[in-house]
Design a protein around this ligand. Structure first.
Ligand code: HEC
Length: 157
């Protein structure tokens, strides 16, 4: 090979390597972006973000999925939407996939919708919540049926 050809080949190889590196760096951001989309469109914020449904979704992203002190009361007792920022901070991606497929929280949590998601969607949600990072405090503890709940509740028949 002539020197010019060698230099050209080396340059092309360097460009190809740089492209691969750029794609690898971009991928996690794109995954989290898809997770953000899924969280918004599948309604997780409606219950897991304080004031979200009442304000037409006008809640700062910093507060998304930090759980809520609004109680959901029915024959199952009173439940509170979990702080998912803290929950996922303590889980590996693998643990999240298993949890999402096996959990069966009390109403009105639509666990069956989460279970129906494919691995890619669950991984995207995980990436987004991890990117937001841990924040807020744990939601109030579950109150069994017949026991008084402190604070406001939405009552189901
Ligand atoms: C209608 C309200 C509502 C919606 C919508 C909702 N959740 Fe929940 N979620 C709850 C409540 C309430 C609990 C707590 C249930 C309990 O205490 O048993 C809960 C619990 C959970 C838990 C279990 C936490 C644990 O300790 O294991 C996960 C995970 C979760 N939700 C994820 C999601 C995701 C992801 C979405 C969006 C796809 C979502 N939720 C949508 C109300 C909701």
């Amino acid at each position: 090979m002539k020197l010019r050809q060698v230099l050209l080949a080396a340059t092309l190889a360097a460009v190809a390597t740089a492209n691969i590196a750029a794609n690898a760096a971009e991928a996690p951001g794109a995954l989290a972006q898809r997770g953000r989309y899924l969280v918004r469109t599948s309604g997780c914020n409606d219950c897991h973000t304080p004031g979200y449904a009442q304000s037409g979704g006008e809640v700062d992203e910093k507060l998304w999925l930090t759980g809520d002190a609004l109680g959901w009361q029915g024959p199952w007792g009173t439940t509170y939407a979990t702080n998912l920022r803290l929950l996922l901070a303590a889980m590996s991606e693998r643990q999240w996939l298993v949890h999402a497929r096996t959990m069966q929280p009390r109403p009105p949590m639509p666990w069956f919708n989460v279970r129906a998601m494919n691995d890619d969607d669950l991984k995207a949600i995980y990436a987004f919540v991890k990117k937001l990072g841990p924040a807020g405090s744990p939601a109030p503890a579950y109150v069994p049926p017949g026991k008084e709940a402190a604070g406001p509740v939405v009552r189901f028949p």
